[in-house]
Design a binder for this molecule. Sequence first.
Ligand code: GLY
Length: 366
Amino acid sequence: MTSRRDFLKTSAGVSVGAAVGMGSPRSLAGAPAVLRSRITPVAIASGNGMEAVATAFQAVSAGDDTLDAAVKGVNIVERDPNDRSVGYGGRPNLDGVVQLDSSVMHGPSRGAGAVACLEGIKTPSRVAVDVMRYTDHVLLVGKGAQRFAVSMGHKVEDLLTDATRRQWIEWRARMSATDDYLTREEAGTGADPFEDGEDEGLGMLDSHDGVRPQGTINCNVINQDGDLSGVTTTSGLAWKIPGRVGDSPIVGAGLYVDNDVGACGSTGRGEAVIKTCGSHSVVELMRSGMSPVDACLEALRRVVTFTAEARLRDGQGRPNYNVNYYAVNKDGEYGGAAIWSGARFAVCTGGESRREDSAYLFERGS
Ligand code: GLY
């Protein structure tokens, strides 16, 4: 019986062979003469993915499969306790529990895998890969996802760090002035002598200013043969209702890859991306001939149109939140766009990683 692994090898071979085409001239040694020009490999990610794109680019340049390369890249961020939006050290839900979402898509094999509401596993993207490679399913959630992860050898650990626990405790105390939880100021007892490390303060985490922290990493990779893969991974919306699933593990929303066309992923308000099938829309727009940047901008216009709720619009009717898309097409052209100006994405081409400005629909402060 042909194993999935054999199939992946075979399909990668088919992809290269197909690029040569029937009746291609052959070299004297019998090897096919490759007519299609080689693509310059690209790794593109959200702004928090500088190390991720460098690692993914290095891996794909060394011959790694595009999905393995992308996942290696985001694993750095998933394991980093200082990134509060992804994996270990990600901000918890309403109950103080870190619940992670992730999806992967492998272009050459048309494979997809995802996990949602997964607790206790630092690298949900690897579990998503296992769902793709070792099951007949695409999406596993909650306890079932964790049981599957453990069966595949993943370790269950406490993902809450001292810093994120302190933020959650502070947020809980600010939720209501009439419950029994106190902020430090309300308690008036000064600093906690048993606390380790720096206190970041809540700043943007104040539940009363309407701003909720929301981060994620998406990384998409194309190799020199034009094969594409992508991964999106997140701890989702901070302080979310337990069980809330964002766009990241939803194939077509937080990630979409079509090996014939391109790849796209998203960060930002997941609900808006789910409602507009965001990443799938971007890929379909690229299929119709749009550049990656124009496709991202058009998909963002749809997000704006779908923002009907007054509570989600500013005084001029524009979304009071952000969504970002990151896309690369089959020719290795890439780009990013956001609803609001000021967003940046990470990219590595030719061995050099850098941040570039995302295109946008609205200028901040306008
Ligand atoms: N885009 C990440 C989330 O909404 O969960």
